[in-house]
Design a binder for this molecule. Structure first.
Ligand code: SF4
Length: 424
């Protein structure tokens, strides 16, 4: 097959990319949460334990490549398929645009050679552990050491704790090998793939707090590869590591992706124990980063913040317009934990949220969001106005979760989100 338009269900990711969870367990990509393994491995593949050779041409990865080449829609890619079904741009579509044409020779090679590839990955997802100074309500212990600490502390209250705060994750993390990324196997792998790398995605945990991230940047710079590599970096914006920022300015390009979900005290509750004054200070600072840095602000919409999108937007418009720096904003709808999805918002508040979002759409020149993004969210809310039995039970679960965690943290949801009083 040489006509590339015929590879219609294909994703370039298994041909160019390597990715792990923060505990080192290998997965296909960040949108495909399922780990992949082989029958002879009890616990699956781990970065820092298995070599690049063992992973890159493993039977399981070769099988995935061959199935994709045959046009199969794989279950492990369901997140992308679901998005595409509702007309949204999935990671598959975006990464195919970026890499498919350039690396199409890999498809032919894999097709001829039972899925084998002689060339190495060019795109690396580097998540070195879960060390983080925040325990955001929407996050979980796999991605935050502070969340892990809190859940461990209250583990004895198990029956009182709603499942959603990921006790399953906590259990699966009992064997978490904290320093998996400090092994020689990991260092050798980075050494081996760095000449071919063109994109490195750095996330965590909080990347600015994990010193090995900087160490790997040093390793790229020492060998002169920084001029070929784009770095995409997520941060919670609580701490800007100045020495790392200096090094980032040497790379071909940096996509700097801070996460801000709410303004003021609502941020402080949602992304505890961050303080909005510091987030604001650091945000203003990154607006002065050099020209090789593009800023893409990530805002994840959940039941907690959808009602306050206008508030966040007003603040952003003010700060960004003052700086004259161009900033792209990405609005994402949270899907997990499911009880925090925007569909769980009580009906009255859903109507209120729709009204506010319609205002944003009407006055688009005043706001920085893309009209098509807010319109998609408005349509989603419009279609969710009715309560189903499932939604009512998820709302109950959400209420319990808020109460329990508020008690642990000495916080009070209703005083920060007064619109929810008598609604939840
Ligand atoms: S289709 Fe989506 S989930 Fe599957 S590998 Fe590609 S980007 Fe990842």
């Amino acid at each position: 097959m040489t006509n590339f338009t015929e590879y219609k269900n294909l994703c370039i990711i298994p041909f160019v990319h390597i990715s792990s969870k923060p505990d080192g367990r290998l997965r296909l990509c960040a949108k495909s949460p399922q780990e992949f393994s082989e029958p002879h491995l009890k616990k699956g593949f781990f970065l820092g334990r298995n070599t690049l050779n063992e992973i890159w041409n493993s039977k399981s990865l070769r099988d995935i490549r061959l199935k994709m080449l045959k046009g199969e829609k794989l279950d492990i890619c369901s997140k992308c398929w679901k998005l595409e079904k509702v007309g949204r741009r999935s990671k598959r579509i975006k990464d195919n645009e970026k890499f498919l044409n350039k690396y199409k020779d890999r498809l032919l090679e894999a097709e001829k050679n039972h899925g084998f590839l002689s060339k190495k990955p060019v795109y690396l997802d580097l998540r070195l552990g879960n060390h983080c100074n925040l325990k955001c309500r929407t996050c979980n212990p796999l991605f935050s050491s502070l969340w892990y600490k809190e859940l461990k502390k209250y583990e004895h209250e198990n029956p009182l704790i709603p499942e959603n705060v990921n006790f399953n994750t906590l259990n699966s993390m009992k064997e978490f090998k904290k320093d998996w990324y400090k092994t020689t196997v990991m260092h050798d792998m980075i050494e081996e793939i760095s000449p071919d790398l063109e994109l490195v995605y750095i996330s965590g945990g909080e990347p600015f707090l994990i010193k090995e991230h900087e160490m790997f940047l040093d390793q790229f710079i020492k060998r002169g590869f920084q001029k070929n590599i784009q770095i995409n970096l997520n941060t919670n914006l609580t701490y800007l590591n100045q020495s790392m920022l200096k090094k980032l300015s040497l790379f071909k390009k940096v996509l700097f992706m801070p996460s801000i979900d709410a303004y003021g005290k609502r941020n402080d509750w949602l992304r505890s124990p961050s303080r909005f004054s510091r987030i604001e200070r650091n945000f203003k600072e990154i607006l002065n980063l050099p020209e090789n840095v593009e800023i893409l602000l990530n805002c994840t919409l959940s039941v907690f913040n959808i009602l306050y999108l206008d508030e966040l937007s007003n603040w952003l418009s003010r700060v960004i317009k003052e700086s004259k720096r161009s900033v792209r904003i990405h609005l994402d709808v949270l899907h997990q934990p499911v009880e925090q999805h925007i569909s769980v918002l009580p009906v009255n508040l859903k109507i209120k949220a729709i009204g506010k979002i319609e205002e944003i759409i009407k006055n688009e020149e005043k706001y920085l969001f893309k009209k098509k993004d807010v319109t998609a969210i408005c349509n989603l809310l419009q279609n969710l106005k009715e309560d189903s039995k499932k939604i009512i039970s998820l709302r109950e679960q959400l209420k319990k979760e808020i109460q329990v965690i508020d008690k642990w943290r000495g916080e009070n949801f209703f005083s920060v989100f007064p619109e929810f009083v008598n609604q939840l």
